[in-house]
Design a protein around this ligand. Structure first.
Ligand SMILES: NC(=O)c1ccc[n+]([C@@H]2O[C@H](COP(=O)([O-])OP(=O)(O)OC[C@H]3O[C@@H](n4cnc5c(N)ncnc54)[C@H](OP(=O)(O)O)[C@@H]3O)[C@@H](O)[C@H]2O)c1
Length: 173
């Protein structure tokens, strides 16, 4: 895709800043594919050393989930379980402490339906949006951008995030 500018100044999605929180086996592969698609990427991981492969590829490192939220239009999380997700969203220096209205959080972790509902409510209260988007696949499929994403949430936001989903998913359901 050419980046030559035209007289229209509507920003394209490729100009958006994407934050990625959780750089485990799945999160690292997802982050690399989002970077490859031309987005500006900010990363955070609890164990800081896992950010190095991403910063070497051009991502910026953040010190807290809050910093990621402040610097991103869309945040993608890939965390181990319910407790990790709740902590990263609502803990001190969590996503919600830095997320402005209209921003979207894509949750790719496998979590319980009740937590998913709770997260949607917490984001709604904040004016931001939660898209529950667990993935089917494994780290090898994630590396090849061949995950299947099952997404639930606001339709307009899903559309707005489509290029992000497609950067790491072969199928969006
Ligand atoms: N692996 C698969 O084949 C697969 C397939 C489909 C879906 N999933 C789902 O994808 C998600 C990620 O899986 P994964 O295999 O990438 O896991 P993983 O390699 O174990 O990575 C887990 C990530 O969560 C972070 N984390 C854990 N507890 C945390 C906490 N309390 N606060 C902050 N960060 C925390 C870890 O940070 P540290 O580096 O600091 O430990 C790491 O970045 C899970 O929900 C899993 O069920 C996995």
């Amino acid at each position: 895709m050419t980046t030559t500018s035209t007289s229209t100044t509507i920003p394209t999605e490729s100009a958006q800043n994407i934050g990625i929180i959780g750089l485990g086996r799945m999160g690292t592969a997802i982050a690399k594919n989002i970077l490859k698609s031309g987005f500006k990427v900010v990363v955070y991981n609890r164990s800081e050393e896992k950010t190095v492969p991403l910063t070497e590829l051009g991502a910026t490192k953040a010190r807290t989930p809050k910093e990621v939220a402040l610097k991103s239009d869309i945040v993608v999380s890939s965390l181990r379980d319910n407790d990790a997700v709740l902590d990263v969203v609502s803990g001190e220096d969590g996503i919600l402490s830095g997320f402005q209205p209209k921003k979207a959080h894509i949750g790719t972790s496998t979590i319980s339906p009740s937590l998913s509902t709770k997260l949607a409510g917490m984001h709604e209260k904040n004016g931001s949006l939660y898209l529950a988007a667990p993935v089917l696949g494994n780290p090898a499929a994630a590396k090849e951008a061949k995950l299947t994403t099952f997404v639930a949430g606001d339709v307009a936001s899903v559309k707005r995030c489509e290029r992000v989903f497609k950067s790491y998913s072969q199928l969006l359901i």
